[in-house]
Design a protein around this ligand. Structure first.
Ligand SMILES: C[S@@+](CC[C@H](N)C(=O)[O-])C[C@H]1O[C@@H](n2cnc3c(N)ncnc32)[C@H](O)[C@@H]1O
Length: 265
């Protein structure tokens, strides 16, 4: 499988520019094609090697549930933009069925076809925010909005501000949105410049060799601290609270990824 979601992870701090083009090239249409490719596992269809997600998605869901408490209430409106097709959306579907939520899943038809259906589960085949009818029908009504491991693709191939503005317009008073699993290259560099990161890299590559970490240069197509801070500033200016929150250390990429939690007062 040649397209992990965070390609630089294939060799933690090497070949960044080579991996960068692969990262930039993975988009909505690639995921649609991968969803239909029977030779790929469920994780490979969403761009991860099995080893990144197998056996840990229950921890990811637990982390998400702590950050989106509406998931544990009853009869809420829940929206998942880009659920993919692995175990993670199945945990969400099960929780929504148990708690009698209305759950709207937006992804390609090919990806959604791989997910189970059920009472209160609605599947919309669309590329968000190119779904004006749904956006208009859900204005100010969503209690929990999940966008997990998707924002980097929006950043690489679309307009993050249009995406974000559309998402914010959907939140109900007291509602929350989790922009989860953001690969922030600034956080990644901080980690690989640390003693812990150097030891991690040496173990990963199996050689006594420090990672090469380069600062003060443009990083086209990568999300960095400037983007993360820009997202916070835009949400706050629009009347929302917005925070950078760490991932549980049980999560496989918590040393180089982070989440943004946005709440509507
Ligand atoms: C890396 S996968 C993440 C899947 C899932 N959220 C997870 O973390 O397991 C990215 C998913 O987002 C979907 N996607 C990408 N851009 C999207 C958009 N603009 N609207 C809806 N879905 C999108 C892809 O089709 C794919 O299923």
């Amino acid at each position: 499988m040649a397209n992990p979601s965070d390609p630089a992870d294939t060799d933690p701090a090497q070949n960044l520019s080579q991996n960068l083009s692969r990262f930039a090239n993975l988009g909505f249409e690639d995921f649609r094609r991968m969803a239909s490719d029977a030779s790929l596992s469920a994780w490979e269809k969403i761009g991860f090697p099995d080893s990144y997600r197998q056996g840990v998605e229950q921890h990811i869901f637990a982390d998400i549930s702590r950050k989106l408490p509406a998931l544990n209430a009853t009869q809420q409106v829940v929206l998942d933009i880009g659920p993919g097709c692995s175990e993670l959306p199945r945990y969400l579907i099960d929780q929504c069925l148990r708690q009698q939520h209305r759950l709207v899943l937006i992804d390609s038809a090919e990806m959604l076809a791989l997910l189970p259906s059920g009472q209160g589960i609605e599947k919309l085949a669309a590329r968000f925010p190119d779904c004006p009818e749904l956006i208009s029908s859900l204005q100010g009504r969503v209690d929990a909005l999940l966008c997990y491991s998707v924002f980097q693709y929006i950043f690489a191939e679309a307009n993050i501000w249009s995406f974000l503005d559309a998402c914010l317009s959907l939140l109900a008073p007291g509602g929350a949105m989790l922009v989860g699993d953001i690969p922030n290259i600034s956080k990644r560099k901080r980690f690989f410049a640390s003693d812990k990161g150097i030891a991690y890299h040496k173990k990963f590559v199996g050689r006594d060799e420090a990672p090469e970490v380069l600062f003060n240069r443009p990083e086209p197509t990568f999300i960095d601290d400037a983007v993360v801070m820009g997202v916070l500033a835009r949400c706050r200016a629009a009347g929302f609270d917005a925070y950078v929150v760490p991932q549980d250390s049980l999560l496989p990429m918590s040393n180089r990824r982070e989440d943004i939690l946005i709440t509507k007062p």
